[in-house]
Design a protein. Structure first.
Length: 377
């Protein structure tokens, strides 16, 4: 049974594997030093979860903020790509050392994993990530994951650790994700407004929910904001993983959030496992197809994408690539593994099945995107 309340996060029969994401604004103070005493209480929360029988994976920001202060870079090390990469290379050593030493105080072993978006978009590397994390957890290790900011550039980076946490949770088949931040959840308007109301529970991230988000990172240290957290929640809810945004500023923030039931819980909406789960979590695409209203309706009934319903083709994809499926308004309605190269799709779009063989010169496949390799958004 998936997580339905914040209390379920401390029940090992419901939450067997937990991912905890910690942002830079919580972990690093204004002088660029790690908040050691606060982080020690987070480690206590991790130890408590382990004692209850849960596996725990940490997604930890902070390397750029730490390194920028050491290198005396202005703007938190984010003014240029090279400054961010240099900051990360310096800060990651200290960050890993801090996690290793604090976990060792609780007789826990830390492992470091530095990953990029490209690692998750490639199917074989994704499976390697999954296998490594699962083996570490089986050995009683606490993996500490961060984006590999030293090498990541715009086209191969997440840009925020919220979505990284969601993809890590998907890779290790986690049951829950805690996003620790400097607010106690999602509000219907900016939390600074006097009549702002916190949402205790969200069942499905809709356009109305997205409209409530503030994309800014208030501290200036991080790269996320509430928009990034909602994008992470979308990945999680499709994978059957509960995600909670909680206030991380207090000591032992996990225990406090569960005791007070304070935070916003995004309840899983469905579960896409295995290959379909990987497809649903994809964030980069080599192209897209646009389909008509009749095709959209058919997809929502569990059908495949046929050539007859396609009105437009974009990009430079090949057979076996994951592409987007857009409606006539340009909204993404699905992602799927395409069965044809882009030129073939362009040649057969809008044509009925009985005409495809003459156009292609060979026996056509059953669908442009088969329903078994299609994930609705």
């Amino acid at each position: 049974m998936p997580i339905q309340t914040l209390l379920d996060f401390r029940d090992p029969t419901i939450c067997k594997t937990l991912v905890i994401k910690i942002g830079s604004a919580l972990l690093v103070d204004a002088s660029g030093r790690v908040e050691m005493e606060w982080l020690r209480t987070v480690v206590h929360d991790i130890w408590t979860a382990r004692e209850l029988g849960m596996d725990v994976v940490v997604v930890s920001s902070g390397s750029i903020a730490i390194g920028a202060k050491r290198l005396q870079f202005e703007g938190g090390g984010r003014k240029t790509l090279t400054e961010a990469q240099a900051s990360a290379s310096v800060g990651q050593i200290e960050l890993a050392s801090v996690w290793a030493s604090l976990l060792a105080e609780r007789n826990l072993i830390a492992a470091q994993m530095l990953l990029t978006l490209d690692d998750f978009e490639n199917r074989s590397r994704y499976l390697n990530i999954s296998g490594t994390i699962r083996r570490l957890l089986k050995s009683g290790v606490v993996p500490v994951v961060n984006e590999n900011d030293t090498i990541a550039t715009g086209e191969i980076r997440f840009g925020d650790n919220d979505r990284l946490a969601a993809r890590v949770a998907q890779a290790c088949d986690a049951d829950g994700i805690f996003l620790l931040t400097d607010v106690d959840g999602l509000y219907d308007k900016h939390p600074s407004e006097p009549d702002a109301t916190r949402l205790d529970e969200v069942r499905g991230v809709t356009p109305e929910i997205h409209a409530m988000a503030d994309s800014g990172s208030g501290s200036g240290l991080g790269s996320g904001g509430m928009t990034a957290k909602l994008l992470a929640a979308e990945i999680a809810e499709r994978a059957g993983i509960a995600l909670a945004i909680i206030d991380g500023r207090s000591e032992m923030p996990l225990a406090r959030a569960m005791a007070s039931q304070a935070g916003t819980l995004f309840v899983p909406q469905r579960e896409e496992s295995g290959r379909r789960g990987w497809i649903g979590g994809r964030m980069r695409f080599r192209g897209s197809i646009t389909v008509d209203d009749g095709c959209v309706a058919a997809l929502r009934r569990g059908k495949s994408v046929l050539a007859a319903g396609i009105t437009g083709v974009s990009g430079n994809f090949e057979r076996g690539d994951i592409i987007q499926v857009l409606d006539l308004a340009g909204a993404e309605i699905a992602k799927g593994l395409v069965e044809y190269d882009v030129d073939d799709v362009a040649a057969i779009k809008g044509r009925q099945s009985d005409a495809l063989e003459a156009i292609l010169g060979h026996t056509p496949r059953s669908a442009v995107i088969h329903r078994d390799h299609l994930v609705l958004m």
